[in-house]
Design a protein around this ligand. Structure first.
Ligand code: SAM
Length: 233
């Protein structure tokens, strides 16, 4: 079932226009075909009832049951020097149920905040496409950039992925009673030693993934996938 974001809802009819309508035409969706519609945090099963030059109309068949998975997982991703990798990370974090992604500026990360501000529209688009692809009705929020010194260990569990530490491993994670988690991930060149010290002092617990050193994007996908599956299986 193809999924779309409508521009408007009147009674039990959704109107799909603009870029989404183009997408619907590219997908060759025809009248009478069932589609999914994402609207205000819900996924609806609909039937396409009309198509004209400018928009399509879809009638609601049912509102599908959906709930927001817990824990609330907040990823602090050091901005990768290769900015294309951030696209990949945002797409995967959306699929995996991450709630917020905050671009983090560290000693070895990409640092030009003005360039990052210009990326926001592109990143929002990537999130929306990933929501459609994964039938995820609730958004992933992209927060404003933050500096490592401003990070706060303000969730029930606060982790920093540290490939050097002999701290926690995944087996030690006990998620019962944990409603919210922060995870901090380093850039391609890793954290500077003093940054790990700062994070530990702030209350972030180092966690090492086994058995090897991973690319930053692999580390992010692995920890998000593990946490969301440990908590929701
Ligand atoms: N050359 C860098 C170094 O020596 O630190 C490698 C950094 S790694 C490519 C990028 C980031 O991914 C790390 O800072 C860490 O946050 C995370 N990471 C990669 N592999 C990891 C592992 N096995 N355990 C925990 N974190 C890992």
């Amino acid at each position: 079932m193809h999924i779309f974001f409508p521009s408007e809802k009147k009674d039990n009819i959704f109107y799909i226009s603009g870029r989404e309508y183009k997408h619907l035409k590219i997908r060759r969706v025809v009248k009478g075909e069932e589609i999914g519609v994402l609207w205000e945090g819900n996924l609806y099963r609909c039937i396409l009832i009309d198509k004209n030059k400018h928009f399509a109309k879809a009638e609601i068949l049912e509102k599908l049951e959906s709930s927001i998975p817990t824990p609330e997982l907040c990823v602090y991703q050091s901005v990768t020097v290769n900015l294309g990798t951030m696209d990949f990370i945002l797409q995967k974090c959306t699929e995996l149920g991450v709630r917020t992604l905050t671009p983090l500026i560290t000693k070895r990360s990409f640092k030009d905040i003005r360039v990052l501000e210009k990326k926001r529209d592109r990143w929002e688009r990537i999130v929306r496409e990933a929501m459609k692809q994964s039938a995820r009705p609730y958004p992933l929020r992209i927060e404003d950039c933050i500096f490592l010194a401003d990070l706060q260990a303000d969730k029930d569990l606060n982790l920093v992925l540290d490939n050097f530490s002999e701290g926690l491993s995944v087996r030690d994670l006990s998620l019962s009673g944990i409603a919210s988690i922060n995870v901090v991930i380093g850039p391609e060149g890793g954290f500077a030693e003093e940054e790990i010290t700062i994070l530990r002092e702030k209350g972030f617990r180092p966690l090492r993934l086994k058995p090897h050193l991973l690319r930053t994007e692999t580390a992010t996908v692995v920890i998000a996938g593990l946490i969301m599956n440990l908590a929701n299986s």
